[in-house]
Design a protein around this ligand. Structure first.
Ligand SMILES: C[S@@+](CC[C@H](N)C(=O)[O-])C[C@H]1O[C@@H](n2cnc3c(N)ncnc32)[C@H](O)[C@@H]1O
Length: 217
């Protein structure tokens, strides 16, 4: 895997199998903050419970953690990751988030580990394909849908996966993703989300889904 610098100065990796980087060239930290943290309102929630598809380099996790630590709220974070990266690679992705980096350094000493806790809250990682993962019902306040693109990684964007994510999300909870693909948006609607196009930063549009009513089925 090749290490690359994104335009906000934070690093990412290029995955040769998918032919894509883990983060957009505009900025790994920028996307984590402006899209995943803020568009799901995680940064305002008094007790955020985040469900993530694709833990990757843990950038989104560290951004959510820094926000929770600064606000003094407890974070519960459940990630699904079928290809965990080795700790030596993760250690090469430092972020300018001093509080979260302290916790992340402790996490790396134990990595890969399915459950990691501290006074800040809890991280659980299901080392599985999201299609096989059993997720808690009506649990999450936010979903970070962050696989590789629908073209390179289609199964992670499929209707069965979106239905599963909807069932795990509380009513009114928000799903955020960088993809604006039409087929994906239609499937998101079918899975029980009100679908909103939101202006992206460094990209024309992102997508936010708000969990409507009871999940279908
Ligand atoms: C774009 S990267 C995620 C970046 C990450 N969210 C971060 O903050 O650094 C996509 C991740 O999704 C994972 N992934 C792709 N398909 C998956 C699947 N079907 N089930 C679980 N994880 C998957 C990949 O292994 C990869 O780590």
């Amino acid at each position: 895997m090749e290490l690359r610098l994104t335009q906000d100065g934070t690093p990412t990796l290029f995955h040769p199998g998918y032919g894509e980087a883990y983060h957009p060239r505009q900025g790994a930290l920028l996307q984590a903050r402006r899209l995943y943290l803020e568009k799901t309102l995680t940064h305002l929630h008094p007790a955020p419970r985040v469900l993530e598809v694709g833990f990757g380099l843990g950038v989104n996790f560290r951004v959510a953690l820094e926000s929770a630590l600064l606000r003094g709220v407890r974070l519960s974070y459940l990630a699904v990751e079928r290809e965990p990266l080795p700790r030596e690679l993760l250690a090469q992705i430092p972020l300018p988030l001093p509080r979260a980096e302290e916790v992340f350094a402790d996490l790396l000493r134990a990595w890969p580990i399915p459950s990691f806790q501290g006074p800040w809250g809890e991280l659980r990682v299901l080392f599985l394909d999201v299609r096989e993962a059993v997720l808690p019902s009506c649990w999450a306040t936010a979903v970070y849908l962050d696989p590789f693109s629908p073209k390179a990684n289609p199964e992670a964007w499929s209707l069965p996966v979106l239905l599963k994510l909807r069932k795990s999300l509380k009513r009114g909870g928000r799903l955020a993703t960088y993809s604006a693909q039409g087929a994906f948006r239609r499937a998101l609607r079918e899975a029980g989300f009100a679908v909103h196009r939101v202006p992206g930063v460094g990209k024309r549009e992102w997508t936010v889904g708000i969990a409507r009513g009871a999940p279908p089925g």
